[in-house]
Design a binder for this molecule. Structure first.
Ligand code: MG
Ligand code: ZN
Length: 218
């Protein structure tokens, strides 16, 4: 008699990711895997979110970079707990790196955890970290063709943040065309537009995020 094992067999990264997610869920820490190409504004989004949610949500940050602690220093300066991971050449974070970083964060004092992935639009999408939400940033100077060139991350993202919208008059970026391309591959993605140079421009995103924190049954 043949017995078929239907349970999916998780690879090693997915097993650690699942452990991370269970721990983070048990602690009710809403966890975000933040991805984009280099320089699109991941650290800026985190800093602006910390500012916008001051007094409403306590934010912790895991900073992933190939080298340096420049970004974690910026986060530390505004008083948020942060751990730097240097991948030493690696182009993405994996679940065991995050597992180690979690041991060095004050998890009892964190409501929202940002994991800033290495700047790269390709492989970060292939490695589950144990997050609850995948947030992708696309900046206007990068051009409007990214959903066609890197469909993987655009397909998987729960949230898409279009950044540097103050540059729209100067760059070759057709916003309606870009949004059509995105909805062609991902109908469920939630889209926000931001600019660090426009007062209050992160409010809509931050309000949505704090709403997710209270209504999501993580
Ligand atoms: Mg950064
Ligand atoms: Zn990689």
């Amino acid at each position: 008699m043949e017995i078929k094992v239907l349970k999916s067999i998780l690879n090693a990264n997915d097993q650690v990711a699942e452990q991370n997610r269970q721990e983070l869920t048990r602690r009710k820490i809403l966890t975000i895997n933040l991805m984009s190409s280099p320089g699109a504004g991941k650290t800026t989004l985190i800093l602006k979110t910390i500012e916008a949610l001051k007094g409403k949500a306590r934010i912790g940050v895991i900073e992933g970079d190939v080298s340096s602690d420049i970004d974690s220093q910026k986060i530390g300066q505004v008083g948020a707990p942060t751990v730097q991971i240097n991948t030493g050449g690696g182009c993405h974070l994996d679940a065991s790196m995050v597992n180690e970083a979690l041991k060095n964060l004050p998890l009892d004092d964190i409501d929202i955890l940002f994991i800033e992935n290495v700047g790269n639009l390709i492989c970060p999408g292939g490695f589950d970290l144990g997050e609850h939400l995948k947030v992708l940033i696309s900046s206007t100077p990068e051009g409007d063709d990214k959903p066609y060139k890197y469909p993987g991350l655009f397909t998987e993202a729960n949230v898409l943040v279009v950044s540097k919208t103050d540059l729209l008059p100067y760059v070759n970026f057709d916003m309606p065309g870009f949004l059509r391309a995105v909805s062609g591959i991902n109908q469920k993605v939630r889209v926000f537009s931001v600019s660090a140079n426009k007062e209050g421009s992160f409010k809509e995103w931050a309000d949505w995020l704090s709403g997710e924190l209270s209504c999501r049954s993580i």
